[in-house]
Design a protein around this ligand. Structure first.
Ligand code: AMP
Length: 431
């Protein structure tokens, strides 16, 4: 039973601990390596920004800004917020550092904690982690949308994520003959069925009618199925862009499903939107969301700039990998170094150092223990071998190595021991 302390992690936050953090590092290393093969470089923006940055970019009527941000007065100076997402920060940085002068497009990725005051449940936290990428400037070529999506799918594939499904849609652009016209039609259609909708959807008819399409309420599903669909109301350019994105995805062998109800929650999206789900996550099964946001940099005071990006929920990605049995291996040690006597201790310290240099994980007993006790500790720590150094070993120049799984013991000179362990390790890695 865990000890109860007066202090506990705040609701919706949690400690990530070994061995699970091993899986987190693996996921992050894979992101560094896959994203760099697509020419992306890492950006590390601050964790807090002026509240106004998020209000303006994400939109005042969104849940994220109106209900979920951790905002506070910075000692009476001005209002700052913990970042609920990082796209706004990346766009702010693009403007601030004059990145429009660099060869376009600029390709950036990030990883780190985000903060939203949501109702905590499995796969939904108040401090959660995202791995995301943004591609800014250059052009709005459909090939760019497709390559960004191909990159996420490659990353998931490399991790061995299972049950991955990609949904795509186009939400057009903000013009009367495109999305604005559609939203007006949608609103009129919703007014006609208002009485049959729940209170959330009723409210959204006024604040953000597109969000009604997100509803998961059972009784609203048949009503939503009869509503007008955006694909039938896109302007010619947006329709052509969407058709080309689909062709480009096919060319890259990326499987997708069209989902006309995929509108995404944040205001800045236009044209391509996408969402990826994975297995083993229950109701919170979206592991990645993204889309095009060509007007955002300009909205934040920069030059007119095309943009597209995505954010992966790392917590959910890890959950899904664990559910599929791809969790981290328990963190054992390669070698436990047991010693008795001052002279043996000096040799033990040196042996530990040499073994670590060549990459073994080593536990060196910090105090002198009887060999029986030392072997018990080695076993508890999940060590593969115990290196035993006592007076006999030192005077003979032959070190004792015990294999804990079967209890066998062998004697080696120092160079022989190194050779033996290296061979055993590479054999274990191959199997
Ligand atoms: P969004 O920034 O809302 O588009 O979300 C992108 C992805 O981040 C989602 O698909 C989730 O995987 C993840 N995500 C968003 N909110 C949370 C949360 N509160 N807890 C855990 N993951 C989240």
């Amino acid at each position: 039973m865990a000890n109860k302390s007066k202090f506990q992690a705040i609701k919706g936050t949690r400690d990530l601990l070994p061995p699970e953090t091993g899986l987190w590092s693996h996921v992050e290393q894979t992101a560094h390596s896959v994203f760099s093969t697509f020419g992306f470089g890492e950006i590390r923006p601050p964790i807090f920004e002026p509240t106004e940055l998020f209000a303006r970019s994400i939109g005042l009527d969104t849940d994220v800004v109106s209900k979920e941000m951790y905002s506070f007065e910075d000692r009476g100076d001005s209002s700052v917020s913990l970042r609920p997402e990082a796209t706004a920060s990346v766009c702010r940085a693009y403007i601030e550092h004059g990145m429009a002068q660099l060869p376009q497009p600029v390709k950036l990725y990030y990883m780190g904690p985000m903060f939203r005051r949501e109702r905590p449940q499995k796969g939904r936290y108040r401090q959660f982690y995202q791995i995301g990428a943004e591609l800014l400037g250059g052009s709005d070529a459909p090939a760019i949308d497709a390559e960004v999506i191909e990159m996420v799918m490659t990353f998931f594939d490399r991790l061995g994520l299972t049950g991955v499904e990609l949904d795509i849609n186009s939400i057009g652009h903000a013009a009367d003959d495109c999305r604005l016209g559609y939203v007006a039609r949608l609103k009129s259609a919703l007014e006609l069925v208002k009485d049959k909708l729940g209170s959330d959807s009723q409210r959204r008819i006024e604040t953000n009618p597109l969000r009604v399409l997100d509803s998961k309420l059972e009784h609203e599903q048949t009503i939503i199925a009869t509503l007008p669909r955006i694909a039938d109301h896109l302007c010619a350019d947006c329709a052509a862009h969407y058709a080309a994105v689909k062709r480009q995805l096919e060319l890259r062998g990326v499987f997708f499903k069209e989902n006309w109800r995929l509108v995404r929650g944040l205001d800045y999206y236009m044209r391509t939107t996408f969402e990826i789900t994975a297995k083993g996550l229950g109701s919170q099964n979206a592991v990645c969301g993204g889309g095009r946001y060509d007007g955002l940099v300009e909205l934040l005071g920069g030059p007119a700039t095309q943009g597209i990006g995505f954010a992966i929920g790392e917590d959910r990605l890890i959950l899904s990998l664990q559910e599929a049995g791809k969790g981290a291996a328990p963190q054992g040690r390669d070698v436990y170094v047991a010693w008795m006597g001052e002279r043996a201790y000096a040799t033990a310290v040196r042996a530990a150092k040499d073994l670590r240099i060549v990459g073994f994980s080593v536990e060196l007993s910090p105090t002198e223990l009887k060999f029986g006790k030392a072997l018990e500790r080695a076993d508890k720590l999940g060590s593969r071998y115990a290196l035993i150094l006592g007076d006999n070993e030192l005077s003979e120049g032959l070190w004792t190595l015990k294999t804990l799984a079967d209890g066998t013991q062998q004697k080696f000179t120092e160079p022989q021991l190194m050779e033996f362990l290296k061979k055993a390790k590479s054999a274990a890695q191959r199997s």
